[in-house]
Write a protein that binds this ligand. Structure first.
Ligand code: GTP
Ligand code: MG
Length: 344
């Protein structure tokens, strides 16, 4: 699977909604509204209808799917599916690309401010698009607070460190609180009502549901100009449902598939993904901190950057960058207030 060369986040979509706009939320791009599935080689009106009904309404969604997936969901033959996917990919210029093109793609990476200068610096400027950032830590360490905060900061205009785009919040634990969004939005000078309208919220009740919700969200990513997908928490359902050693392989496979899905969305739509994760105690750790992120190697390899958050003194939190493809490890201290996460 290559990386789409096309920048899917349309500049003009941002321009359509200036800061002073009376619009209540960011409208996504409308470019693909004129896109007709029958323009794709191998797609007649009947197949187009099936694809549409199965939720494959954009070129990206088709290009990023596998032949088996497309065949099952759209009820078409795998051979046909393969051809359609190829056609969509070539229209989008996906698949093999030169290092130069990949460099161009990387140059489109944007960063979302965390609301803390220290934390932004640790992250090389903020949370990156085109990748998955994980934040793990014990109960009450502030993972969900961080998630709330980012759902707001992504909405800030670019000159204030945001993307001027909306957020998708996938809540697996039922801990999303709109009231918190209001408080955080006020701190950042955003209209709380608009901030709430710019967060698409989905509650996921099982790991299967979590996967389906994420898949179903795809048309909205485009429509609503989503710049950040949050999954809080990534792993709780997986851990709750797959207990015992004999189910571990299956769980890890599914988790791997899910992470791939998220990464494809991140690349395809130049958006950021933040997942929260729990900790497990490592009994073999004699010295130091025994907390390890749950999810094992699959998660360790699947995420691009890893942050570890734990309680410090009073309202303080210690955040450590434990994995990044190109940034040095480091630790910062922040504080959680009514307005969210802030510099000490
Ligand atoms: P689990 O989901 O249980 O694993 O924990 P978590 O890491 O998601 O913790 P969460 O982000 O929910 O953090 C909860 C903590 O944030 C609380 O214990 C408070 O210390 C802090 N907190 C939440 N809201 C406020 C607030 O309005 N003001 C202040 N000062 N602290 C807050
Ligand atoms: Mg939480």
């Amino acid at each position: 699977m290559g990386i789409p060369k096309k920048k899917v986040v349309k500049e003009e979509s941002r321009e359509e909604v200036p800061e002073e706009s009376s619009e209540d939320y960011y409208e996504g791009t409308v470019a693909d509204e004129e896109f007709d599935l029958t323009d794709l080689e191998g797609v007649g009106p009947a197949t187009a209808k099936r694809l549409m009904e199965a939720g494959y309404t954009t070129l990206e969604s088709i290009a990023m799917s596998t032949p088996a997936e497309l065949a099952v969901y759209a009820g078409i033959g795998e051979g046909v599916a393969q051809k359609i996917i190829q056609a969509a990919r070539s229209k989008l210029n996906i698949d093999v690309m030169s290092a130069y093109d990949y460099y161009q793609q990387r140059k489109m990476v944007q960063r979302i401010t965390t609301g803390s200068k220290a934390l932004d610096e640790l992250l090389g400027g903020g949370v990156e698009t085109q990748s998955i950032t994980e934040i793990y830590g014990p109960y009450g360490s502030g993972k969900t607070q961080f998630a709330h905060q980012m759902a707001v900061t992504v909405q800030l205009p670019e000159e204030k460190g945001g993307l001027g785009r909306a957020a998708l919040f996938i809540d697996t634990e039922g801990t999303f609180r709109p009231e918190r969004i209001i408080q955080i939005a006020e701190r950042f000078g955003l209209d709380p009502e608009k901030a709430l309208k710019n967060i698409l919220y989905a509650r996921a009740f099982t790991s299967d549901h979590q996967m389906i919700v994420t898949e179903r969200a795809e048309p909205y990513i485009k429509e609503r100009n989503i710049g950040l997908i949050i999954v809080d928490s990534l792993i709780s359902h997986f851990r709750g449902e797959y207990v015992g050693r004999e189910t571990l392989a299956e769980r890890q496979q599914k988790l791997n598939k899910y992470l791939h899905k998220l990464l494809k969305l991140a690349l395809g739509y130049n958006l950021a993904v933040i997942v929260t994760n729990q900790v497990v105690a490592d009994p073999s750790a004699f010295f130091g901190d025994p907390n390890r992120p749950a999810g094992g190697h699959v998660l360790g390899h699947g995420v691009t950057a890893r942050l570890y958050i734990k309680r410090g003194k009073k309202d303080r939190r210690v955040i450590k960058l434990v994995k990044s493809p190109y940034l040095p490890e480091g630790t910062v201290e922040v504080v959680i207030t009514e307005g969210g996460i802030e510099d000490v």
